[in-house]
Design a binder for this molecule. Sequence first.
Ligand SMILES: [Zn+2]
Length: 879
Amino acid sequence: MQECKADKAIYRKNYLAYPWHVKQLDLRFVIAAEATVVFAEMAFEWSEDVGGAREIVLNGSDLELVSLSLNDRVLTENDYVIEGESLTIHDAPRTSVLKTEVHIHPAANTALEGLYLSGDFLLTQCEAQGFRKITWFPDRPDVMTTYRVTLEADKTLFPVLLSNGNEVGSGEADGGRHWVCWHDPFPKPSYLFALVAGELALVEDHFTTRSGRDVALRIYVEEENLDRCDHAMESLINAMKWDEDRFDLEYDLDVYHIIATNDFNMGAMENKSLNIFNSKYVLARPDTATDVDYQGIEGVIGHEYFHNWTGNRVTCQDWFQLTLKEGLTVFRDEEFSADMQSRAVKRIQTVRDLRLRQFPEDDGPMAHAIRPDRYVEINNFYTATVYQKGATIIRMYHTLLGESGFQKGMKLYFERHDGQAVSCDDFLAAMADANDTNLDDFAHWYSQSGTPQVHVTDHYDAESREYTLTLAQSTPATHDQPHKRPLVLPFALGLLSADGTELPLQLKGEAPGAAGTRLLIADKEQQTYTFVSVSSKPVPSLFRDFSAPVKVFYAYSAQQLATLIEHDSDAFVRWDAAQRMAENAILTQCGRYAEGQDMQLDVALLQAFRGILSDEKADPALLAEAITLPDEDYLADQMDVVDVDGIHAARQFIRQGLAVELKTLFDKQYLSMNDAAAYEKTPAAMARRSLKNICLSYLLETEAGESLAVAQLDASDNMTDTLAAIRGLVFINSPLAAKALAEFESSWYGDPLVMDKWFIMQAIKPGSETVNTVRALMSHSVFSIRNPNKVRALIGVFAMLNPTGFHAADGSGYKFHADRVIELDPLNPQMAARMASAFNRWKRYDDDRKTLMQAELQRISSLDKLSGDVAEIVNNALR
Ligand SMILES: [Zn+2]
């Protein structure tokens, strides 16, 4: 079969190793914002073992090629072929030194890939394929070489000149210019290259590694942000120490640099020794950043640091293996946060996020395995599937092999592959070999897309005291894979008696076992377990700690859920049972709403919430999670045809009912959490604020709420409390909201990160009117469609987190959003594609909304000069 010409897809099966070894890359940049000159010298050596035609293929995009020479012979256009993004030189000698000079234009670069301008300084973003916008080079992760980089620039405009590795020279040049030379001794792929040039202030600290290396830690920010780096620095030091203690991994250079920028498409980037961060994940002061921001900074600083081993020292053979570094590193940062904060709370937040963001991907037009088989634009595959689901798959290795088995596998992985670009198969082989076990069946998690469903049925025989539990697993077909196979599921099970006592788990034919969690392996379409000596009909506690990323179906009675909520020893199961109960209650009322019947407050849910709120010994952060109702988007996923208005009305009805009925308890918890103590950033203080503010959100559904919020706002010494109060006033449509927003705006007008929060508070307000607010805010002097954080805060939040706004019945939200995608596409295709994905699930809505969304998708798709990024998303959605 011939692939059609329009299909620009790249396939995993077509991977071929690069036939050259690049021994060294020398780069010299003559830096200026308008036009930067890049000289490159690369030493190629033919790899006999790979073979093939002796041609050198380089990648480049938007480069002005000034000169190209091979072994000091200047090449003319007859000596090479440029086609699309590749330049090919035929019949190159076995040892070839290529020299190029190109001109690039950072100030005109709005896509924020390659070298670009942020405020007054220049910086780079090369992952995945930004290096080809800097110079001609084999821009693929399996070409690793050492870099020597000389940066030359005007000394006044660009006093700070940074690149990867250690500084090995510097000096003055004519005309008020200076230069700095950097050398990175570790071979790396081009996506890890970075440079920064400009006027930046710095905060410095030190870390001494276990083996005695003194590492200078420097965070570079704009002058006015110098007092907001403490938490990032502390997180970095904690991460370095944690990686030594838990993974036996030390840092390997003398410097570690972090740069904060307001203009960044992603969260942060792990370039070797020169991390570049979205300022959102660096800058924090109690009055400017919330507790969630503080936790986010700790997690992302850790994540990028951990990449130094899982990503940089051992990298990916090709981009299909992205999860090799990302799934593993997300798992590592989750564990770091769990060790720093509360393990149970971190686990709950991780699962909520996975269900909210990754499960819908599996059920949508872009469904893909964590290691996809094809892509058109790799930027579209930096997904929750590759990252978050990838991390749960690493966690399953950990569950199956235990901490020591897992660490043995990691050790072997580094022993075998340090300094190499490898594949997910290599990781699996290291885990299997180190533990002398076979993981061939487990490998299907890498190639199968979709969320497995596990239907659980059970039977208790009082006479024989036998309890049988049957698991039936299946994965619904996805657009990319019609047929699925059973997967290896670690199945952590507990059994509770009706009064909540943990029962022993003794499988038929076994000696009596202990009570508590039992890890079973479910790897068949159907599997039955028979437990003996079970004294009474048990309540099954299924997939404890979310031991596999599956949807679990079991017909729990309200009474059984109540038992789990009150007694289960597993914090995740307790939370999950409360979520199930709330979900059942809301969806039942949603049905009544659709039929025009009066809604009713669920008695079991009321009783459960009363129990949870009365528990004075529990961790406040866990209580806060337990009384947080499922998100509207999550509820939407549970319906065959999404009823946007019904879900919102039913969820609101339940919130209000709970607030009124349990006002005394909400009040009591609010008051006991609302101590007068000054702000602290300890996990305990954060936990208290989280419970306090969720209680406030319920109390705002009662008459007393408004004055509580105003009092909290007046007394607040931190952004968490301030934001909770204002958001609450906005949400209930309080006449005081406008004043609170105006005061917030005038206090923080000059602060880009805090102003993002101001945009979010308004974009997230439910209701069909919000589209007008959002449209008006686009003309606010602080808003810029060129700035990704602003786009996310206003446009992204509206489309992705405001269902009743985005899905307004008249289609105004859709039209507004499609206009933004069209406006963004020529400026920043990567951001435009992210925004376009808001339409991905259009087929799940009612006919009127489907028609409206389809029309907008077609309008985008029919544009003349659509980027490959957006075309892939939109055409997949329309297919
Ligand atoms: Zn990462």
